[in-house]
Every structure is written in C-alpha cells, then in structure tokens.
Design a protein around this ligand. Structure first.
Ligand code: GUN
Ligand code: FE
Length: 450
C-alpha cells in the first residue's frame, strides 16, 4: 500500500551516524504526496498527541520500520551464477565464468528474465536502492533501467566499459574506445529522458569496469563525460593483489591515484572493494569526497584480505556496503551487514593460531552493530549524495517493515525475552531476519512488494 500523503505511527530504527543507533519509539512519521518525509514527531514533542491520534497507519506489536538498504555494489548480470564458482582467483573467475555469462546479455530475452528476477528478489530483501554494474550491451542495460522503473526500485545503472583488447575477450568487449564513449553518452541520455523517470528514480552511472579492462583513451573520455554530464561514477579499485599490482605495473601509481588523474574520483564516485588502498589513497579518496563500497563477503573470495574499514572511516573516507553479486554469494544486504561485523572482528583478532595473540591481528578494527547498520543505510545514501537511508524530514521514505512474529525463521525468539531493549531487538533483526520477516517495502512512499 501507498503511504504518500499519509502518516505512520510505530517504532522506527535508524543510524544517521556511525555507531549512533536512534530508536524512534512510538513516533509518527508523515510522508508527503511526493514520497518525501515531511515530519517526524517523537513521543513527548509538541503536537505528538494529535499526530498520534490521527495517524493513518499503525504498526502492530512486534513490527518495526527500518530504512531500506542501499546496495552500493552489485553486478546485475551475475545474478544467475549466485553461489557458483567461488573457488577460483579473480582473474580466472572473470575469464572462465563471468565474461561468458555477461556476454549472454546480448540476448534481451535472457536479460529480461534474469533482471526481472533479480530486482524482485532485491526488493523483497529490503534493498530499496542499488548501484548496478550492467554489461557492455546498450539494449540489455536499458532493459534493466526499464525494469527498475517498472518495479519501483531506486537504482543507479551503468553500461560497463571494457575496451582493451589486451585483457578483454573478443566475444565480450566494446568495439573501440570511441564506441564505448558514444554508447555511454547515449545511455545517459536514455535514462534522463525516460518517460517513466520523471522523479529521477533511476540515475545513469559512468562505469569503467576497472583499469585493467580499459584503455587510457576510454578512461580519459569517461572522466570527461562524468564532468560534463555531472554523473555518478563507479569502478573497482585495488580489489586484489593481482589487480592492485597490475595497475602499479601499467601506470606506475595505485588505482586511486590513477583514477584521480583521469578525473574519475569525484564526490559521486563509488569505488568497489578498495581492500588494498594505502593510507595516502584513503586521504586522496576522502579529499575528493568519493566513497568505498565495502563488500565483505566477496572480499573473502576475491580479495583474500579484509578491507581496513575502521582505518578508512578514521581518515574520513565515506564507506557503504555492497553485496558484489556474484562475487558475494547472497542477494541480501543483511548478510553483508553480518559479514562486515565478522570480518572486522577477524581483522582485529587475526586468524592464524600459530602466531602469539599480540602478533595476530590489527588493533582497533572491530565495528559494532549500529555501525554496520549505518553502513547499510545512511552511509550508502551519503556515498551516493542522495537523501535516503534515514527517517529525517526531507529524506525519501524508502523503508522496510520487519515483522518479528511471523512463524518462519528464528526472529520470533525476540518475543521469548520480554525484557529485550530496542537495541537488543535491532541486533536480533540484523542477525536473524529472513525474507518472510520483511513483510512490506516502500520506495518513495510507494509499496514495491506484493
Ligand atoms: N573486477 C572486475 N570485474 C569484476 C567483477 O565482475 N567482480 C569483481 N568482484 N571484481 C571485478
Ligand atoms: Fe564487483
């Protein structure tokens, strides 16, 4: 059901800053006709009683509202191979499995089936915004835009650029740098002029796959397009030893510095992984206002290392969370939240029991649950420079309703401990919620799940 022009009475969780969980207990959130939050009234504030009495929607006991999740890095075409081929290194996985799969999106019937299933799955997992890599194909990438608009997901979509014949297979690459740049411009125009995109729910993204797959000519041209068209940018950055080393070998500098030279580090740039970024890289990324999409599940398989999240945050880098489908084997950002906490903990304690405890890990690396929740919501919005991810006036009402009392799964254990605090309940939601608990999802105040 639509909540545009209506007000909702219930308990809301959000985390506007790292480590800062806010519980809006029995609050009233009003949504305007455009789907933007117009007013948040907490218990005891002036006007609370009349607002509560006149609320249009009342949440039942055991139900809570969370901001919709922001998936900051996902490869839409890789959805069909989710859970497969996770036993190879990145460079082998790309050539042996991933490029052949992505090449199949030349077939728009295949693309349609795959993309429809993906977008529906993400929405029902509470992912209200996704920053997508598509494929090199113009038609299939436009189809992904159409499907997001039709299903109501907020999305940022990029036609992938990979034009270097030295690294990309003949059967799957742009014909030339010029063709890749012309295609990127045509795609940007398509998204911006789309008849169903009046609210700009879908945005175009300049998308060099990563430096190893692009020529200098295409990288330079994409930097220009990003500036001229004032577009978001996404790419992979220092993901693995192989990839990090490849760029240093080719350009004599790290990914971050090289991308910066091409004009590709902007306030609206999202760098996937960043596992091996250096201290100076972090400072550079922070200074440009760019963000890192932390993909803790994928990093286990293809980075073979843990992203130093706390260090990056301390140096002022914006960081959000990505599933990195299908590098990460889950469509649910809940799994990324859980893994972000586990990975940070493993980085702190170290994993090699042969070493003495004091030599095992990296101090000050753990994060708390509220920080992981922040990364999946408000931080993702901030990374994208969009007003999403929190229940604050002026932000889009993108939200999910969690019902802890459905019989499926184990989140029902909340009700056994009657004394659970709201903080306890949020922890249980983040760790135990599964699809059946996500009973309603809204984007811009519009219901987007059946
Ligand atoms: N680097 C370049 N392409 C990819 C991809 O599809 N997935 C991951 N994880 N890393 C990449
Ligand atoms: Fe990726």
């Amino acid at each position: 059901t639509d909540v545009r022009g209506r007000s909702i009475f219930g308990t809301f969780f959000h985390a506007p800053a790292p480590g800062a969980l806010e519980v809006l207990h029995e609050a009233v959130v009003s949504v305007d006709e455009k789907g933007t939050i117009s007013r948040v009234i907490r218990r005891g504030e002036p006007g609370y009683e009349p607002a509560r009495a006149s609320a249009d929607v009342r949440l039942s006991d055991g139900c809570y509202l969370l901001p919709g999740f922001v998936d900051l890095h996902i490869h839409a075409p890789q959805y069909p191979q989710l859970g497969q081929a996770l036993d190879e290194p990145l460079e082998v996985w790309l050539q042996k499995y991933t490029f052949p799969l992505e090449a199949r999106y030349a077939n728009t019937d295949f693309a349609q089936r795959s993309y429809e299933a993906l977008v529906a799955d993400l929405l029902s997992h509470g992912t209200t915004t996704a920053l997508y890599f598509a494929t090199v194909h113009q038609e299939a990438t436009r189809l992904l835009v159409d499907i997001c608009l039709e299903k109501g997901q907020r999305a940022l979509v990029g036609k992938v650029v990979m034009d270097d014949p030295a690294t990309c297979p003949d059967y799957y690459r742009d014909d030339s740098a010029q063709a890749a740049l012309a295609d990127t411009r045509a795609f940007i125009d398509y998204v911006r002029a789309h008849p169903n995109n009046g609210e700009s729910r879908v945005l175009p993204v300049v998308t060099p796959r990563f430096i190893p797959s692009c020529t200098d000519e295409s990288l330079m041209g994409l930097g220009k397009i990003a500036a001229e068209c004032d577009c978001h940018v996404q790419t992979h950055c220092s993901e693995s030893d192989w990839e990090h080393g490849f760029v240093i070998e080719r350009h004599g500098v790290t990914d971050a510095e090289s991308l910066d030279r091409f004009g590709l580090l902007t306030r609206r740039t999202v760098l996937a992984h960043g596992t091996f970024i250096t201290g100076p890289d972090m400072d550079r990324i922070a200074q440009r206002g760019s963000a890192v999409a932390h993909c803790p599940l994928s990093n286990v398989y293809f980075s073979s290392a843990v992203f130093p999240l706390r260090a990056a945050l301390a140096r002022g880098v914006r960081v959000g969370l990505g599933t990195d489908i299908s590098g990460g084997p889950s469509a649910s950002l809940f799994d990324s939240v859980r893994m972000a906490i586990s990975a940070a903990r493993m980085l702190e304690i170290g994993v090699n029991p042969d070493l003495p405890p004091e030599g095992r890990g990296r101090p000050d690396s753990r994060i708390d649950t509220a920080t992981a929740f922040h990364l999946a919501t408000a931080a993702g919005g901030d990374a994208l420079d969009l007003p999403i991810g929190q229940f604050t006036a002026g932000y889009h009402f993108d939200a999910m309703l969690i019902d802890t009392r459905v019989p499926e799964g184990t989140l029902g254990t909340v009700a056994i401990l009657a004394e659970s605090s709201p903080e306890d309940i949020l922890q249980k939601i983040l760790y135990l919620a599964t699809k059946p608990n996500i009973t309603k999802v809204w984007v811009g105040g519009r219901g987007v799940t059946p």
